[in-house]
Design a protein around this ligand. Structure first.
Ligand SMILES: Cc1ncc(COP(=O)(O)O)c(C=O)c1O
Length: 311
């Protein structure tokens, strides 16, 4: 498989409707070919912005509150004034979805940057005209091949750093750490990079959180160096609520290679199986625990739809 047609965890079925979607740019809804931000925008110039990936199921933004908790915490931590509240964000999402006639199987990237700078330099005070908010929504169904074939991971030299450099919990526009990891994985012939923490324990992939299953137990990293994924937390909660032993703990590649199952979590793909790590096949390819968690996650989404519609 060449790098061009190798799968990635964000592969979606081709949908021609996405050629003419409308993008939200600071309150305007513009055809994707016309939707633009300034070359002076702090997001373009420095990666100085925060984003959230969310999914629309049956007219409901799944786990909206949890996404907003993370988004507002991230913005507050870097003194980025969102300029609106959660209701304002919901209104912008609703307008964009309605303008595009989107109801379900929709993925959204909500982005907020510090806005246009008066000079092409780093200091945040140079952004003087308020934040830039962009919402890209696409019709999006994860490609079936992700579930049938699984993802191939390669352990990469690029690590997740300590929180006092750039805390992985910032869902920031500057994803260079992850992009480098992804490139390293691709150049090693894999689809996505498996990243270690500064102590050498298995942490996360460049775009998703990482889980293994060993002897019926579900393990994931302590959470210290990875994105505080909404789906990660939902999987942990599902395990706890359904009597599936789950541990947030340090573990090494030794234990990952010998796992019965491994899978990734993220808003886009929910749970995506891992077929191999560093050329070693993981388990037998039968994934009863992940399949059960996937069913329970679908039930949780149904409950979320009912809860939000009953509001
Ligand atoms: C590096 C990284 N890890 C994991 C995730 C998954 O997080 P979530 O489950 O909230 O989509 C994301 C998504 O933004 C991410 O960027």
């Amino acid at each position: 498989m060449t790098p061009q047609n190798a799968p990635s965890t964000h592969d979606a079925e081709e949908d021609v409707r996405n050629r003419d979607i409308l993008i939200y740019v600071n309150g305007d809804l513009l055809h994707r070919d016309e939707a633009k931000v300034s070359v002076y925008d702090s997001g373009f110039m420095l990666g100085d912005g925060m984003w959230e990936g969310m999914r629309l199921y049956d007219g409901v933004w799944a786990f909206f509150d949890e996404h907003m908790d993370r988004f507002f915490d991230s913005c507050r931590a870097v003194s980025l004034d969102v300029g609106t509240d959660r209701a304002g964000i919901m209104e912008a999402l609703t307008r964009t979805a309605e303008a595009n006639g989107m109801v379900t199987d929709v993925h959204c990237r909500l982005m907020l940057t510090r806005g246009v700078k008066v000079k092409p330099f780093q200091h945040p005070k140079l952004s003087q005209s308020g934040p830039t908010m962009v919402i890209i929504m696409e019709h999006s169904k994860p490609a079936d091949v992700l579930q049938s074939k699984g993802i191939r991971l390669a352990t990469v030299p690029q690590v997740r750093g300590l929180p006092m450099s750039q805390d992985a919990k910032y869902n920031s526009h500057s994803k260079l750490n992850c992009v480098i990891a992804c490139l390293q994985a691709e150049q090693a012939g894999a689809d996505e990079g498996l990243m270690l923490d500064p102590h050498g324990f298995v942490n996360t992939t460049n775009a998703c959180n990482f889980f293994i299953v060993r002897r019926g137990e579900v393990w994931t990293s302590t959470g210290d160096y990875c994105m505080n994924g909404v789906t990660r937390q939902k999987v942990i909660d599902i395990c706890r609520d359904n009597g599936i032993p789950v541990h947030e703990k340090n573990f090494s590649l030794y234990e990952a290679y010998g796992a019965d199952e491994a899978f990734l979590t993220g808003t886009f793909g929910a749970q995506t199986p891992v077929a191999e790590i560093d050329g070693k096949q993981i388990g037998s390819g039968d994934r009863p625990v992940m399949r059960r968690i996937r069913r329970l996650y679908k039930d949780l989404i149904e409950q979320e739809i009912a809860r939000q519609k009953g509001r």
